[in-house]
Design a protein around this ligand. Structure first.
Ligand code: PMP
Length: 407
């Protein structure tokens, strides 16, 4: 009895019916970005063709409607992440902007010389560089939680790094280069014990598992709409209301103010304090439709099915001679990263593309992770609930062919 009716699900995603180089498309770059179901495409089309107006300004019907739908989208995100207060959800363009917001707003106000920010060895550049910039500027230090050869964070090393100097801990929930699911509850609780705030980069977890930010008790949780079946240009960050209220604006301008005179400006309460300018309105409406779609499929079912896919794919790749799986944590989601000494990932990607397969080759914006595993790059296949077991067979066969070319 299969967990999901994948043939039926695939009919909801028009892109998946395509042929590439005469072969059925096998889309396995879901960690980079996911495809959109008709429910999202249609919702955005309807909104743009019948309902579109600006938000938070006009008192006329189109604008009132848009504003209501934009705030309903915020509510949908709040439901998904598990907070009853939708004003704890700030819309941004995605995880990159979300981390920059927290680093530039919280970091600028609360970091001082000698303070420390802890991140991990297996972060995306989006959760490294913003912290590097603000710690440098403030004379603070960046500390790194190392990982073992499986790609699991060394918790005893983390505990050693924590001290009264620690002001921020920022780690991903799921590593985009390895697929490791990090023990974030423990990371959050230990961070709090040291008196730090904790940011979780949820770019790779929100598409794959149920969440509850209130139970996790994190201070910030980021996400990207385009990785969870929604449009690009929309994402956000959950923040605890009292923490958000303590933070100054990051980007300034219209919509985020209470009153402006040339002498002084006062700022709005969160979330609008952090949403200067006209936001991505259609994209937020599309994101809400994507969340509804995921919820209708069932997020726990998605997690269970994708786990089966991942296990199946892992077994297939383990049986390929000379192929090294990079990232073999006990707890993983969606990602199969691998390396073969004879085939550079860029060649691998080009060759399997000939068989209609879309995978990513490169450093995955996680160069320190590549350095840790002493590889220049990896090839990464990342699954979604619309992928089929047979597609992983096609991938494995195509990888074997590619290796033969270079042998
Ligand atoms: N963090 C992680 C773990 C990611 O996988 C990504 C996207 N690859 C990002 C941050 C950045 O997200 P975005 O490009 O949507 O801003």
């Amino acid at each position: 009895n299969p967990v999901l009716d994948v043939d039926k699900i695939r009919k909801d995603f028009p892109v998946l019916a395509q042929k590439v180089h005469g072969k059925p498309l096998v889309y396995l770059d879901n960690a980079a970005t996911t495809q959109k179901p008709n429910a999202v495409i249609e919702r955005v089309r309807k909104f743009d063709s019948e309902e579109y107006g600006t938000v938070r300004r006009g008192a006329y019907k189109m604008s009132e409607g848009s504003t209501r739908m934009y705030e309903e989208a915020r509510q949908k995100v709040a439901d998904l992440l598990g907070t009853p207060d939708r004003n704890e959800i700030i819309f941004t363009s995605g995880t990159t902007q979300s981390v920059n917001l927290v680093a530039q707003s919280y970091g600028r106000k609360f970091l001082n010389e000698g303070d420390e920010v802890i991140i991990s060895q297996i972060e995306h550049h989006a959760n490294i560089v913003p912290w590097q910039m603000i710690t440098e500027e403030k004379g603070a230090k960046l500390k790194i939680i190392p990982c073992n050869d499986k790609g699991e964070l060394l918790m005893e090393e983390y505990e050693k790094l924590l001290s009264t100097k620690t002001k921020v801990v920022a780690v991903n929930h799921v590593s985009n280069a390895l697929g490791t699911i990090n023990p974030i509850k423990e990371i959050i609780d230990l961070g709090h014990k040291a008196g730090a705030v904790v940011l979780i980069d949820g770019a790779q977890s929100t598409p794959h598992m149920s969440l509850n930010v209130r139970e996790l008790d994190c201070d910030f949780y980021t996400f990207s709409g385009h990785k969870m079946y929604g449009p690009t240009g929309i994402g956000g960050v959950y923040g605890k209301m009292d923490v958000l209220k303590s933070m100054p604006p990051y980007v300034t301008g219209g919509d985020m103010i209470r009153q402006v005179t040339f002498e002084k400006t006062t700022f709005n309460e969160p979330p609008s304090r952090f949403e200067a300018g006209t936001p991505p309105i259609s994209q937020a409406i599309g994101l809400a439709a994507a969340i509804e779609y995921m919820q209708a499929v069932g997020i726990d079912k998605i997690a269970e099915y994708e786990h089966q896919l991942l296990e199946y794919g892992t077994r297939l790749l383990e049986n390929i001679d000379g192929l090294r799986i990079i990232g073999t944590a006990e707890n993983k989601a969606s990602i199969l990263s691998f390396y073969h000494d004879l085939v550079h990932p860029h060649d691998m990607v080009t060759l399997v593309d000939q068989d209609g397969i879309a995978v990513r080759g490169g450093h995955h914006c996680a160069q320190p992770t590549m350095q840790r595993f002493k590889v220049p790059a990896t090839t990464r296949a990342s699954v979604s609930f619309y992928n089929k077991f047979e597609e992983l067979d096609v991938l494995a066969e195509s990888i074997r062919k590619a290796i033969k070319v270079f042998s």
